[in-house]
Design a protein around this ligand. Sequence first.
Ligand code: RIB
Length: 303
Amino acid sequence: MAILVFGSINEDVIIPLERRPAAGETVLGSEVTLGQGGKGANQAAAAAAAAGVEVRMVGAVGADGAGNRALQALTVAGVETDLVATLEDARTGTAYVHVTPDGENSIVVVPGANHAVDGTLLGQLQPALSASDVVIVQTEIGSAGADAAAELASGNGARLVLNAAPVIPLTRETYSACDPLVVNEHEARDIAGIDPFVQDPTILAEAVRRVSGARSVVVTLGAKGCIVFDANKQYLVPGESARVVDTTGAGDVFVGTLAARLALGDQLERAATSANAAGARAVTWQGAREVIPAHATSRGSTC
Ligand code: RIB
């Protein structure tokens, strides 16, 4: 089974903080670590962890040290990188990740080379794209890239899993091809135009499905699990509890695992159960990607 991931590749600059600064305030961080990141690359690595799927990444990095490290880490994670462009005139995307002791994060992304993933680049890559069973797209690459990738997926008859993180303008065609559209509660509110005081996730999921026109919708709810809206039926897929160290990238592990299970033939509800379990595990390690010691396996990622 083949998965193609169109998306962002970042180097994460991780700064643990006691608390986030208010506007105009300065706080001290304890240390700085570099980690592998980018929603696209994280999702690709998570999908590649499933046995029986081949994962290929489509994206762009700069011709710099961060780009080299990102490509190497993807390869170690079992992801094919032959369709990742290395650009001389752009820097590899950088994400500044602040993590507080409760494991919550806030992230600022400077996209750099990621914004070169547009229709023109995809057009150049098209001859090298083979049919894939599932295409994963997220939106850190920008509207032009995400719409072009979705169009390519539809044209190839692939199943489109779109993670609207962050929420950006996308065409009606892109939304209606999603099967599923995956969003967290904030993103769901943005898409549906619903007030923050509406807390009922079933109302959110219903509204996202109606407004987006997506074939199916998954709204992730953190430890509570997720709401799946499929074939006009809605159900809660309960989550698993875990000791939270760092929530960074847990949503990406959810999406990558969900897509892998769909590619392997699971129904959406069953795939969401596996994705919940993988997402719960992902909050127990530091950083967006699990660092597996080299002696434990040859398929782990490095930071
Ligand atoms: O979802 C987490 C990811 O978001 C981080 O790895 C960071 O690179 C940003 O893209």
